[in-house]
Design a protein around this ligand. Structure first.
Ligand SMILES: Cc1ncc(COP(=O)(O)O)c(C=O)c1O
Length: 328
């Protein structure tokens, strides 16, 4: 689909936005000052500790509880590799971000389908998904490790505030927070992310990072220092901008017949259901959109992992009826 979109020079509603000029300048200065070696920037961990305290009231040790990684994607993978043994299972909700699936496939991913159109959780399904092999859940549970993905922590709507699961009583010691720079600062290709976890887990994650990528890119860690020092007004204006973009795209797509029952409460993606009178699948629709309108979006089926032939779930046809539009 990406190749077709490139050939057609399609407008990309799949991803992407330009980086803010002050961050570009920070990265350029770092490159010019020869920040070009393998490097761990303790300053990034120090700033993260400050932010986590301000936002969630959590005390963390910036020397021991943080692992800087190449984006949330590596932080998540390293968290999985650091904590799971062969045969362990991880519970994931479905639909979910694509890379989770690839990481847990080496161990065992158990998908709990959320129910459309609001993507709510039927609470009877969750306990049935736990087995004696379950080691972690990507979200929340009492007796298991929780791995959270908080990349949209600063992009929330309707005055909602992001609350980290780790800030709930008793959760900090069993939660690995993963997050990154890209979404909050419009720098998806810079690959700076982190895991924040109790020291023994963070140390295991750093160990995996050391064997896999051995540090996030140095100049972008330098630029992260500038980003993470952004004043509260930066985040307020980020939220205001996205709020108007979200409201605009909902109106626009709703106006041409898309069914938008689930209104995003964070992120800059809209998961829109194809109009009832559209006979195409998500993939067919996106191909046609590229060829005839010169616009590319993402077919929704890549976000679903529940087996289509599963007996437990009677009707999963909805998996081919969603398209993801970015509004960044
Ligand atoms: C929910 C979610 N998590 C993680 C990521 C990837 O983050 P990173 O670029 O830091 O690896 C994305 C990117 O789209 C995302 O939507």
């Amino acid at each position: 689909m990406s190749q077709l979109a490139q050939r057609c020079n399609a407008i990309n509603l799949a991803e992407g936005f330009p980086a803010p000029p002050h961050l570009k300048n920070a990265a350029v200065s770092a490159i010019i000052s020869d920040s070009s070696q393998y490097r761990h920037l303790q300053g990034v961990c120090d700033l993260l500790a400050k932010i986590v305290k301000q936002m969630h009231g959590l005390d963390i040790d910036p020397l021991k509880d943080v692992a800087i990684c190449c984006g949330q994607s590596e932080a998540f993978a390293a968290a999985i590799f650091a904590t799971l043994d062969p045969g362990d299972e991880v519970i994931l909700f479905d639909p979910s971000y694509e890379t989770y699936e690839g990481c847990v496939v080496m161990t065992g991913g158990i998908h709990v389908p959320l129910d459309p159109p609001q993507w709510t959780l039927d609470s009877s399904k969750l306990p049935r998904s736990f087995t004696e092999k379950t080691k972690a859940i990507v979200l929340n549970s009492r007796n298991f490790l929780a791995i959270t993905d908080e990349v949209y922590e600063h992009i929330t709507y309707d005055n909602l505030k992001h609350i980290s699961l780790a800030s709930f009583p008793g959760m900090q010691e069993r939660t690995i927070i993963t997050s990154s720079l890209p979404k909050s600062f419009s720098v998806t290709g810079w690959r700076v992310g982190w895991a924040i976890a109790p020291a023994f887990l963070a140390s295991a994650i750093r160990n995996i990072d050391g064997r896999v990528t051995d540090y996030a890119p140095a100049p972008f860690q330098e630029a992260a220092l500038t980003a993470l020092r952004s004043p509260p007004e930066y985040f307020e204006s980020l939220r205001r901008d996205y709020q108007s973009k979200r409201d605009y795209i909902i109106k626009l797509l709703g106006g041409v017949g898309f069914k938008i029952e689930f209104i995003p409460q964070d992120s800059f993606f809209l998961f829109a259901e194809l109009p009832d009178n559209c006979p195409l699948s998500d993939v067919e629709f996106v191909k046609k959109l590229i060829l005839e309108a010169g616009v590319v979006a993402v077919p929704g089926q890549g976000f679903f992992h529940t087996n289509l032939s599963s007996n437990e779930v009677s009707n999963l046809n909805y998996q081919k009826r969603y398209v993801r539009f970015a509004f960044c």
